[in-house]
Design a protein around this ligand. Structure first.
Ligand code: NDP
Ligand code: GDR
Length: 332
């Protein structure tokens, strides 16, 4: 039985990846942070008491900012594959907490790689790199050879992690791959990212629980896919004989405004009646347009996404319509 270790298992991608790997027969270990309120909602449906027979999901307390916890967990788990998904992943927030973002998102990656090297853990390693690396884009579409131009403390931290991952591959011959993933969303997306903020508002407006939706830049363009498809690409990267770096995206770009229109229309609402602009949601430096060229992933990994952009929007709105209906019932 293969054994995988996931940092960021409580996040959107971590939860889908854990599902995928459990479905493939892996034993899955996840690192979780201690917090005063539960932060395991996205994986609660996968978790069983470890005293039961046949359990294959195990959770360990640790932190990317705490090298000794990483070393202990690696020594105990001895994984075959490591997926480093843990990060302070919010671009706007990274302008407010740039130093902390660097600690987790940049130095967290080197802490984990260095722990692996020191402990002689010969696992394959996936680093969650991001299309934010392209930032002020040098070419459209963006491919593996497009130069980076980070536009936020988050993107700068991810650039460090990208290069350090490449360096451990070249310097120590470790099997380390970067997935340069474009935006991917889902019913489990964090509620402050723009897509989920919109679909959550659609559900709540429809139920009369909310009257306005405050947003920032509606002209930014993103290449949006579904997270379930993207975690499949992560896994495929670690099944290759050679470690490498891959762009993962749909090859389609849409403005925030288009997402808004589709989402509100799906619930028979007109977005213009509800959306207001608040400058606080604009970023000090913006990434205007992202568009992936995923040719290499298609050809080398045989990866093709299944969920289209309109399906993604529909799924998220349907799920949030149900959530808001439950919220209303609970209020009585
Ligand atoms: P989320 O924000 O949903 O999840 C982030 C995860 O990181 C959570 O499990 C969080 O734990 C964990 N985490 C945060 N800080 C620490 C820390 N100090 N130590 C250990 N774990 C920590 O992100 P996504 O699932 O959307 O993204 C997964 C990864 O992929 C991230 O690295 C992100 O930057 C990157 N990425 C995401 C893209 C996307 O469109 N979703 C695109 C490209 C890259 P907790 O629940 O306790 O907060
Ligand atoms: P992004 O995602 O910054 O691309 O990072 P986000 O959904 O936060 O923003 C996308 C675009 O929408 C614009 N926008 C708003 N964004 C937010 N969050 N809230 C608003 O109210 C709002 N109004 C307009 C933004 O300006 C931006 O242009 C995500 C994260 O998952 C990263 O971790 C990941 O690396 C990248 O995607 C690829």
């Amino acid at each position: 039985m293969k054994r995988a270790l996931i940092t960021g298992i409580t996040g959107q991608d971590g939860s889908y990846l854990a599902e995928l790997l459990l479905g493939k027969g892996y034993e899955v270990h996840g690192i979780i942070r201690r917090s005063s309120s539960f932060n395991t909602e996205r994986i609660d449906h996968l978790y069983r008491d470890p005293h039961e027979r046949g359990v294959r999901l195990f959770l360990h307390h640790g932190d990317l900012n705490d090298a000794s916890s990483l070393q202990s967990i690696l020594a105990e788990v001895q994984p075959d594959e490591i997926y480093n998904l843990g990060a302070q992943s919010h671009v706007r927030v990274s302008f407010d907490i740039p130093e902390y973002t660097g600690e987790v998102t940049a130095l967290g990656a080197v802490r984990l790689l260095e722990a692996m090297r020191k402990m002689r853990v010969a696992a394959r390693f996936y680093q969650a790199s991001s299309s934010e690396l392209y930032g002020k884009v040098a070419e459209i579409p963006q491919r593996e050879t497009t130069p980076f131009h980070p536009r936020s403390p988050y993107a700068a931290a991810k650039a460090y992690a990208f290069y350090v991952a490449q360096n451990y591959r070249e310097a120590y011959g470790m099997h380390v791959s970067n997935g340069i993933l474009f935006n991917h969303e889902s019913e489990r997306r964090g509620e402050t990212f723009v897509t989920r903020k919109i679909t959550r508002a659609v559900g709540r407006i429809k139920q009369g629980l909310q009257r306005e939706l405050w947003l920032g830049n509606l002209d930014a363009r993103r290449d949006w896919g579904h997270a379930e498809d993207y975690v499949e690409a992560m896994w495929r990267m670690l099944q290759q004989d050679q470690a490498d770096d891959y762009v993962i995206g749909m090859g389609e770009t849409h403005a925030v405004r288009e997402f808004l229109e589709l989402a509100f229309r799906h619930a028979d609402l007109d977005w213009q009646e509800y959306v207001r602009i608040d400058p606080k949601y604009f970023r000090p430096a913006e990434v205007d347009v992202l568009l992936a060229d995923p040719t290499k992933a298609r050809e080398k990994l045989g990866w093709t996404p299944k969920v289209t952009f309109p399906e993604l929007v529909r799924r998220m709105v349907d799920s949030d319509l149900e959530l808001a209906a439950r919220e209303k019932r609970a209020r009585g």
